[in-house]
Design a binder for this molecule. Structure first.
Ligand code: SPV
Ligand code: MG
Length: 338
């Protein structure tokens, strides 16, 4: 405040009194107040509630919410920090996707809910610890209804911003297997019951439960997807994820157009893994609110590891692999000391 500045301008109070001066403490100025507010906001960046509010705000903004997969602390740091474009107008990721596929694969396990909801909060905690952005958690089927109500409370307390549960039942297989393996869709009634049970135990008003529809994956058609979407929203879902493993985005566009004609507001989430030629602008034009890049960082890192492992075996030394590796200087500089 001004009082402080005044005081520190003088070497001592006795000098001041020689000149007949006295110490005057001015009331704190509005700048001081603003600084305090800004400090307190900064200290809350990255707190679960701030992430949740930010996700809600972004989803209502009319812009596309861009969510990128992260499977550990370092990949999450990369998502958090990557910026492209001129200063002040950079494109950034708005949130992090904790994929069941990546969370399982990175542990060397199949994506069948084997890496379960007692193990996965450890990944959440690693990622939460080093980031500030909203976290969207792939909760698979959520498990049996009787377990789901416990699991969702655990995940909410772990600091996640939104969860997505998929309408499958029995042994869950990854959606990208499609109909090449045996997998079953849950009945509409049972899944609605799960949504209602989940919503009833959520404590934070901003924590979102998004319902994921597997009708297109399981070749059940657009009509089934639409019936499910309206039922799931009616049951309380805060958003709808529509998944597809076609290489063209047409069936996703058809669903979005039809859903938007009956529901202009409920957020739609799309996962363009197989139909990766689609642009963000096209998704937005069909009413999609959130795009999830579900596995690209994990898939990007392994080809180089494979090459490096082969190169060292072939050459009986590491020299030839050096160009494929990040420099030690760079890797050390990635982690900031607090
Ligand atoms: C995941 O990333 O684990 C997903 C999306 O659920 S998919 O792998 O396409 O099923
Ligand atoms: Mg998954």
């Amino acid at each position: 405040g001004n009082g402080k500045i005044f005081y520190t301008s003088f070497t001592s109070l006795s000098h001041m009194s020689k000149w007949g001066g006295e110490l005057v403490e001015f009331p704190y100025t509005s700048n001081e107040t603003l600084a305090t507010i800004s400090q307190s906001l900064e200290s809350r960046v990255g707190m679960p509630e701030t992430r949740r509010q930010w996700l809600q705000y972004k989803l209502k903004s009319g812009e596309l919410t861009r969510v990128m997969e992260a499977h550990d602390g370092l990949s999450a740091l990369l998502v958090e920090r990557t910026k492209v474009g001129p200063p002040g107008k950079e494109d950034v990721y708005d949130g992090l996707w904790i994929s069941s596929l990546c969370d399982s694969t990175v542990k060397g396990k199949p994506d069948t809910e084997l890496v379960d909801l007692t193990a996965r909060p450890q990944t959440v905690s690693q990622i939460l610890d080093v980031t500030t952005k909203p976290i969207v958690f792939d909760m698979d089927t959520g498990g049996m209804l009787e377990h789901f109500v416990y699991n969702i409370a655990t995940i909410e307390k772990a600091g996640v911003s939104a969860v997505i549960i998929e309408d499958k039942t029995g042994l869950k297989r990854n959606s990208l297997f499609g109909t090449s393996v045996e997998q079953h869709q849950e009945s509409i009634d049972n899944f609605c019951e799960k949504i209602r049970a989940g919503k009833s135990v959520i404590r934070s008003g901003n924590f979102m439960l998004i319902a994921r529809i597997e009708s297109l994956i399981l070749k059940q058609g657009l009509e089934d997807a639409m019936a499910r979407a309206t039922a799931y929203v009616e049951a309380g879902a805060d958003g709808i994820m529509i998944h597809s493993k076609e290489t063209s985005p047409q069936e996703v566009f058809a669903f979005c157009d039809q859903f938007r004609s009956v529901d202009p507001v409920t957020p739609i989430v799309a996962v363009p893994t197989t139909y990766c030629s689609v642009t963000e602008e096209e998704l937005l034009a069909h009413g999609v609110n959130m795009v999830v890049y579900a596995n690209q960082l994990l898939r990007a890192s392994y080809p180089m590891m494979e090459k490096t492992a082969r190169s060292i075996l072939e050459h009986h030394r590491a020299l030839e692999s050096e160009d494929m590796c990040m420099s030690i200087k760079h890797i050390l500089s990635l982690i900031e000391t607090p």
